[in-house]
Design a protein around this ligand. Structure first.
Ligand code: ARG
Length: 462
């Protein structure tokens, strides 16, 4: 296969077909095309504003670039692997469309600052979309929380029943994780939204360009102040994948709980048919595939984060072709986190129902109120550690007798400690146990109502 070479006349031969394929990024960086066109339009306008090209030349470039955009949207721009990457593909098509003036577009620019511009424009858009998705996810959590302030669920430590809590409290914990994810992405947005355009290949350019003008046209908030840094920085992508990884950690933890809760052993939720799948062999089964996939996909995103860290750590300044490898990590990270947020929002919104009778049984039939017995005595002057040891004994003898704490008679209580009175029964009833934890941020119902108000305010932030 012979092909037209892309580079200067320094090259006499053409590339080996295997190397053409190996070198090319067009198969995946075509995703950047709209951003590449937008970036080039801003660059062309800047070239005209600074007198580097004429206004009419800039207009021809802009028209040609917009034509390519339309061709692409119509499915009529499908460059092949010989074009190497999206930047070359656009420049070549532009020259076909507008003639020799197309060859002026790359004045005072390099593919290095160009690709850096493209991925930042792409990623800042994605960041905003993901933040919007997080809002929708938070909204479903909040809705469930509002409906379940007084629904009780066992709270666990070590996956052992510890103390009963409000189901809303449990769900609002995920709301707050998501809130931090949303905030974190907002911070990363600002660093991503910085223009490397005009850094050139590495050292700037001899032309009298106006970097601030092109940055402004593109809506960038800042401009890189060091050209070497501008063309070789990928911190923003690593930060993004770190934030994406944390989102996946949070979604994966929630998924794990859904999977447990949907099991026969827990039975706290049932899955509706729209979000559960069957088995090809066991007709009785209904599987929680959605949360299992989310849990599984977390690994991909962590992998991309690790991949980019390793990609960067040994790179001398400035651009190195290794950096072409950043794209698939970023693209797949975006796709995975977007898909998982959407699926989890649907699952929470319409895929689960809480089985309140099961939850009620679960909080009534164990010793999760033992701390409250100790607190009861401690509030009546018994040192907490002494009370704690006494209750340990009570639990032991009750277990042996096949009884729960609520089944002990008042005589039995008083025999255990003279400070027990008839109000012990109320103190250890699950509702009261939860209501009593009224410290700031605790599960007490009054606290939950306040937490819901705070959550609503957080959702209004921009
Ligand atoms: N396709 C390249 C990339 O993704 C574009 C930049 C190429 N720059 C270069 N000096 N070879 O990184």
């Amino acid at each position: 296969m012979t092909q037209k070479k892309t580079w200067s006349d320094r090259f006499e031969g053409s590339l080996h077909p295997a190397i053409v394929e190996f070198n090319a990024s067009i198969t995946f960086d075509i995703q950047l095309i709209e951003y590449d066109l937008t970036g080039s339009i801003a660059h062309a306008k800047m070239l005209a504003k600074t007198g580097i090209i004429s206004e009419s030349e800039a207009q021809q470039l802009v028209n040609g670039l917009e034509t390519i955009r339309q061709e692409y949207r119509d499915g009529n721009f499908t460059p092949d692997i010989d074009q190497e990457d999206v930047h070359f593909a656009v420049e070549r098509r532009l020259t076909e469309l507008v003639g020799d003036v197309g060859k002026k577009l790359h004045t005072a620019r390099s593919r290095n600052d160009q690709v850096g511009t493209d991925i930042r424009l792409y990623l800042r858009d994605q960041i905003q979309q993901i933040r919007q998705q997080i809002r929708e996810f938070q909204q479903v959590l909040l809705t469930h929380a509002q409906e379940n302030v007084e629904t009780l669920i066992p709270g666990y430590t070590h996956l052992q029943r510890a103390q009963p809590i409000s189901l809303a409290h449990h769900l609002l914990a995920y709301f707050q994780m998501a809130q931090r994810d949303w905030e974190r992405l907002g911070e990363i947005y600002h660093r991503t939204n910085t223009s490397p355009l005009g850094c050139g290949a590495l050292a700037g350019t001899t032309f009298p360009i106006d970097r601030h003008y092109s940055a402004e046209l593109l809506g960038f908030g800042e401009v890189y102040g060091n050209s070497l840094d501008g063309v070789s920085d990928r911190d923003f992508a690593i930060e993004f994948l770190n934030a994406a990884s944390l989102i996946m950690v949070h979604l994966s933890r929630l998924s794990e709980e859904m999977i447990l809760w949907a099991s026969q052993e827990f039975g706290f939720i049932s899955l509706t048919d729209s979000c559960a799948t069957g088995s090809s062999i066991m007709p009785q089964k209904k599987n929680p595939d959605v949360p299992e996939l989310v849990r599984g996909k977390a690994g991909r995103v962590f992998g991309h984060l690790q991949g980019l860290l390793v990609l960067m750590k040994g790179l001398p300044l400035a651009y190195n072709k290794d950096l072409q490898e950043d794209k698939e990590a970023i693209f797949d990270g975006v796709k995975t986190v977007t898909g998982c947020l959407e699926a989890m929002t649907v699952l929470l919104g319409e895929g689960i129902t809480f089985r309140k009778e099961r939850l009620n049984e679960a909080v009534s039939e164990d010793f999760a109120n033992a701390t409250d017995v100790a607190d009861y005595l401690a509030a009546r002057g018994v040192p907490f550690r002494e009370a704690y040891n006494l209750v340990g004994k009570v639990v032991k003898t009750s277990l042996a007798a096949g009884k729960l704490l609520k089944d002990l008679t008042l005589e039995e209580w008083v025999a255990l400690h003279p400070k027990f009175e008839a109000d012990i029964y109320e103190a250890i009833a699950p509702k009261q146990v939860v209501a009593a934890r009224n410290s700031y941020g605790g599960t007490g119902f009054e606290q939950i109502y306040q937490a819901i108000e705070r959550a609503k305010k957080q959702l209004e932030l921009n």
